[in-house]
Design a binder for this molecule. Structure first.
Ligand code: SF4
Length: 397
């Protein structure tokens, strides 16, 4: 049985009404969700396998509205890629390059400083900065970069580096343990870690899509250490390539377990593999369908009961579809972003930035109330107005 237009209105309906409309295989899971009982890996597989997407969305919406009411958030942020030169050659990646390759680039610190200075005038509250595993940049370069950006505005949040970059910096650049490296980076201005590099944790799939990259355990160790130091971070999943549904559940389980342990993740951001820019062995794969993208978000919302926020990455989904996802467990549309390179080099056809007006329109069209947030998903009040139509702001919740 389908449940037309149930997603997005679930809070208005008594749970017993929702339960009666659900397909039989989801009713037991509904009872757990309604009672706040954690669902199992087997439940997650059942959710992934259901053909009733609206029913799945309605279930996810119960959790989404319990945790975040009718609000959907966004952030004013600026993406920076300081360099794409990388020691690794992940099979799925169109971004990384060797120095000799035509699309290799490196930005200087003054160039990055000028970009961020301009973005500050537009009202951003966060810089989101990642790069390749650069073979020759020195420790002082990274520290100078962070110090320079922090000096521009001490209130600007510097969300930088994936776990694989941190491991690279620790082992090859700083030649220090991960904890010491993170402390040194934080002293220079690092505010939080990005969630990238998680891909899919299963070692066999990992070897086929990103051979040589750090293992799941190594990825987790970086985030665990950062959380133990009091830091927060996000986490991701790259899906829609060679993995099976059980690999996705395994990935979610590892994240849920680490969150049980540290409580340091602020949000989960899944995105689909972009085949067009991948290496030949992966390029033939089809892009994940819209159905798959929505069910993945909804299952994540239901399984990750210890996460407060699920973000729809509009760079991957497109803003119209990200808006639909607000009825399938999602409570956040990420940010203004500006100049996204990683997905666009891989073939994404979405825009490279959004205005606040566009993000708020997408949120209102989904029947949600838009709110600007900071890096930690705390809602803030806009005052000053920049190019994107938003601004620096005070915490409201
Ligand atoms: S995904 Fe990251 S580590 Fe892998 S090749 Fe691309 S830039 Fe390098």
């Amino acid at each position: 049985m389908t449940v037309p237009r149930l997603a997005g209105t679930a809070l208005l309906l008594p749970c017993r009404v929702i339960a009666a409309l659900l397909p039989r295989e989801l009713r037991g899971i509904h009872d757990k969700v309604a009672q706040g009982v954690r669902i199992s890996d087997e439940d997650a597989l059942t959710l992934y396998r259901t053909k009733d997407l609206n029913a799945l969305g309605a279930l996810a919406n119960l959790v989404r509205e319990r945790k975040n009411g009718n609000v959907a958030t966004y952030i004013l942020n600026r993406y920076i890629n300081y360099s794409n030169v990388c020691l690794l050659s992940c099979q799925f990646c169109a971004f990384g390059a060797k120095k000799r390759e035509a699309h290799a680039f490196e930005q200087t610190i003054p160039e990055i400083e000028a970009t961020v200075r301009s973005a500050l005038a537009d009202g951003i509250t966060e810089v989101h900065m990642v790069g390749g595993l650069h073979p020759s940049l020195k420790p002082e370069w990274y520290l100078d970069l962070l110090r320079t950006l922090r000096a521009l505005d001490p209130a600007l949040h510097l969300k930088c580096f994936t776990a694989v970059e941190v491991r690279h910096l620790a082992e090859r650049v700083f030649k220090r343990p991960i904890r010491e490296t993170l402390e040194t980076l934080r002293e220079a201005g690092l505010g939080s870690l990005t969630g990238g590099g998680a891909e899919i944790f299963d070692p066999e799939i990992r070897d086929r899509i990103c051979r040589g990259k750090e293992t799941a355990e190594e990825w987790a160790e970086v985030h665990r250490t950062w959380h133990q130091l009091g830091g927060r971070s996000t986490c991701t999943m790259l899906y829609g390539h060679l993995e099976g549904l059980h690999h996705r559940v395994d990935h979610l389980r590892r994240l849920r377990e680490l969150q049980d342990e540290t409580g340091g993740f602020t949000g989960f951001i899944p995105f689909a593999f972009e085949p067009a820019g991948a290496r030949p062995e992966l390029r033939h794969l089809p892009h994940a369908s819209g159905y798959d993208e929505l069910r993945n978000l909804a299952v994540a919302r239901l399984y990750l009961d210890n996460f407060d926020h699920i973000t729809a990455y509009w760079i991957s989904l497109g803003l119209p579809f990200a808006s639909v996802a607000l009825s399938y467990g999602v409570d956040d549309l990420h940010g203004t972003i500006s100049e996204e390179k990683i997905f666009h080099l891989a073939g994404a056809q979405t825009p490279q930035e959004q205005t606040v007006a566009a993000l708020e329109k997408a949120i209102r069209e989904a029947g949600r109330e838009p709110r600007q947030r900071n890096t930690h998903y705390e809602r803030i009040d806009s005052t000053a107005r920049g190019r994107f139509g938003g601004g620096r702001a005070a915490l409201v919740s």
